[in-house]
Design a protein around this ligand. Structure first.
Ligand SMILES: C=C(O[C@@H]1C=C(C(=O)O)C=C[C@H]1O)C(=O)O
Length: 365
């Protein structure tokens, strides 16, 4: 994906961290107005107002959203709060209606991100507009599917993009409604420098308690904003009653969070520069050691070639894996990290040796 724009460049006058708040579903004009009034009273004006207009429900029979009529009520939000509006679109028709009703930002929900056909249809419907699009992670922890959806929007010329981490469905781990996976948002940010990821603690936790903790964690990891479902009377909400908070509680949550800033926003201190230089030096040593290790691996490879031995030697490998992991754990390195590191090194070793055997075969033929 070529350049995409950051939230501050969407032209909506937003600066980070982006706080998106509003009800799970738009229910009535009175509800929308009351939420706005309470946001004002509590002096908690989000960067964007969210409202579900079309609700993809797991099973039929629950409230499936008010539809286009609800978009007219967004004028109430503009009147009271004067902030951009974002809604979820689940198909091409929703996308067209959202554009017609001057919605400022759309998001694609987890149940839609899983379906490349639906994503493509939405992208085609939005093509030609300049609307920003936020893509929630798919239900299942499939990074490619998430990236693929963002790429589909980019491919039709929509470059105002962001991702939303709302956690992943997990059949066994019931601590969360949707289990967070902090590596995936960080991976997105590594692959696409500058890709901003908003965290959605409401859908991760699934209940009011714990929203603060998950929000703080997201900020610690360096995510770029929060989407928190907010309702003036959460217990009476028509959807997601358990996980919505009042504007007063939203204010408390936001005041309690220690928002972290990216280092790029200021000059690094001398101390940090010194420490980073030390890391650079150690990394150089690490590379020298790896180079040396692989030179020995190549010598073992030559020996195997000569004596017709296979490259993968499970007993030796087991010994290396178990022995080094134990040593690493004693040095305060996590077992998971040790196993992943050793696995990676071993993969490379056997691939190099296999290449040596193959090259020897080619010479013979
Ligand atoms: C280096 C060897 O080849 C492979 C690579 C190993 C390693 O990287 O430590 C260990 C066992 C083998 O599967 C070997 O046989 O000793």
């Amino acid at each position: 994906m070529k350049e995409h724009k950051q939230i501050k460049d969407w032209g909506l006058g937003l600066t980070g961290p982006t706080i998106i708040a509003g009800p799970c579903s738009a229910e009535t004009p009175e509800q929308i107005e009351q939420i706005c009034i309470e946001m004002k009273e509590n002096n908690v004006i989000p960067s964007m107002f969210r409202a579900g207009i079309w609700k993809p429900r797991t099973r039929p029979g629950s409230f499936e959203g008010i539809g286009e009529e609800g978009l007219k009520w967004m004028e109430i939000v503009r009147h009271h709060l004067n902030i951009p509006i974002t809604v979820e679109v689940g198909n091409a028709a929703h996308a067209e209606i959202a554009l017609r009703n001057n919605v400022d930002v759309v998001w694609v929900g987890a149940r839609t991100t899983v379906n490349p056909f639906a994503v493509q249809e939405i992208a085609d419907a939005l093509a030609g507009s300049d609307i920003p699009v936020m893509v929630k992670n798919p239900m299942n922890p499939d990074l490619d599917l998430w990236m693929g959806a963002l790429e589909r929007f980019h491919a039709v010329g929509l470059t105002k993009l962001a991702a939303i981490h709302r956690g992943f469905s997990d059949a066994y781990d019931k601590r969360y409604r949707n289990k967070p996976n902090w590596s995936m948002p960080m991976h997105l940010k590594r692959v696409w420098t500058g890709m901003e990821v908003i965290n959605d603690p409401s859908h991760i936790v699934g209940k009011r308690d714990g929203i603060l903790e998950i929000s703080q964690k997201a900020m610690n990891f360096g995510l770029d904003g929060l989407m928190i479902e907010t309702h003036h009377d959460p217990d009476k909400a028509w959807s997601d009653a358990k996980q919505q908070v009042t504007p007063a509680r939203l204010k408390e949550i936001l005041s309690a969070i220690d928002f972290k800033k990216p280092l790029e926003s200021e000059q690094p201190s001398e101390k940090l520069n010194d420490l980073r230089r030390a890391v650079d030096h150690l990394d150089d040593q690490l590379l020298d050691i790896l180079q040396e290790r692989f030179a020995v691996i190549d010598q073992i490879g030559a020996h195997k070639r000569e004596h017709h031995l296979s490259v993968f030697q499970s007993n030796r490998w087991k010994e290396v894996m178990e022995g080094r992991t134990e040593k690493g754990v004693k040095k305060n390195l996590s077992e998971k990290f040790m196993r992943e590191l050793l696995y990676c090194i071993h993969e490379e070793s056997v691939k190099r040796q296999e290449k040596q055997l193959r090259e020897a075969d080619t010479v013979k033929k």
